[in-house]
Design a protein around this ligand. Structure first.
Ligand SMILES: [Zn+2]
Length: 309
């Protein structure tokens, strides 16, 4: 699935990051006009995000940071960007109150064992809103499924979609509400149907390179969704492995017994276990997550230490 480099329209640039930090999309105005950044990466990459954005701005002003959703890998650079550039932060409405109050019981960071530095919410950007950057219109679209509050941004003129974690070139993000016991595969499908109806020619995903073959990506996403609907425990494994891998991306290496303790103590793993794997002993199940990650070469284990690869 190699993708040829996609040429993006003038005024749109992707600072491609990886899996710990989401991509940062820069929507630039004309010289001298303010610039908007979509998503800000994970907190431990914050200084790198500020440096990358500063270099890209080349003297222009960063006016606004829009978050597609409030997962730690999409808004972890907000606080630093606010202090470095005085940028205003705009977030989707669903978690505006929780983020304004920094209510840890309603934000996902403690439950997932992830971190996010507190930032100030300046504005809400809601589905149905339209905004204009340098004469180009962007529509705000609701994209529930991976996260019930997520939004995407679409430029009809360029047929360009910023899809966050609703559609990647090869799949989509963990369907978090499903882990919490709510049915959300239906929302994933509705969001994929919405993307299909947009007829985008280019997608900028939350992770990975921008890509053109949207139809093939949708096909893969629908197939993955069907396999989750048919056997929800496949989604359980996907969620467990993805969150464990994310942890290793952050810490890079960790003694095996410490990682097993982390897996035992982190609330989201307890939820995944209860929802999908109640019949398996918790310790063997967490051990198996690490074994599965080893099999797919996402981690290695050597001398009692787990390494990110
Ligand atoms: Zn996400």
């Amino acid at each position: 699935m190699t993708s040829l480099t996609v040429t993006l329209p003038i005024g749109v640039a992707v600072l491609e990051r990886g899996w710990l930090s989401s991509n940062n999309v820069v929507l630039s105005g004309a010289p001298g006009e303010p610039t908007t950044l979509v998503d800000s990466g994970y907190c431990t990459h914050g200084p790198q995000t500020v440096a990358l954005v500063r270099r890209h701005l080349a003297g222009r002003r960063l006016h606004t940071v829009i978050n597609t959703h409030l997962h730690s890998d999409h808004c972890g650079g907000n606080a630093l960007l606010q202090s470095a550039f005085g940028a205003r932060v705009a977030i989707p409405p669903g978690e505006a109150e929780a983020a304004t109050q920094w209510d840890m019981s309603r934000l996902s960071y403690e439950a997932t064992g992830q971190r996010c530095e507190r930032f100030k919410v300046d504005k809400v950007v809601a589905p149905g809103d339209v905004f204009d950057i340098a004469g180009r219109y962007w529509q705000v679209l609701a994209a529930p499924g991976h996260d019930p509050h997520s939004i995407m941004l679409f430029s009809p003129e360029e047929q360009l979609l910023i899809s966050a974690d609703a559609l990647w070139q090869n799949g989509f993000g963990v369907v978090f509400p499903e882990i919490e016991g709510e049915t959300a595969f239906r929302e994933v499908r509705a969001t994929l149907d919405l993307i299909a109806a947009l007829d985008s020619t280019v997608v900028i995903p939350g992770h990975g390179s921008p890509f053109r073959d949207v139809e093939a990506a949708l096909e893969r996403a629908y197939r993955r969704l069907e396999s989750f609907e048919a056997s929800p425990d496949k989604h359980g494994w996907y969620a467990g492995k993805a969150l464990a891998k994310f942890h290793l991306l952050e810490v890079q290496q960790e003694p095996l017994d410490e990682m097993l303790r982390w897996l035992a103590d982190t609330p989201y793993f307890q939820l995944i276990h209860t929802r999908y794997f109640r019949g398996i002993n918790y310790a063997s199940w967490s051990q198996r997550i690490i074994e599965e990650l080893q099999k797919s070469r996402a981690v290695t284990v050597s001398n009692g230490v787990v390494f990110n690869t």
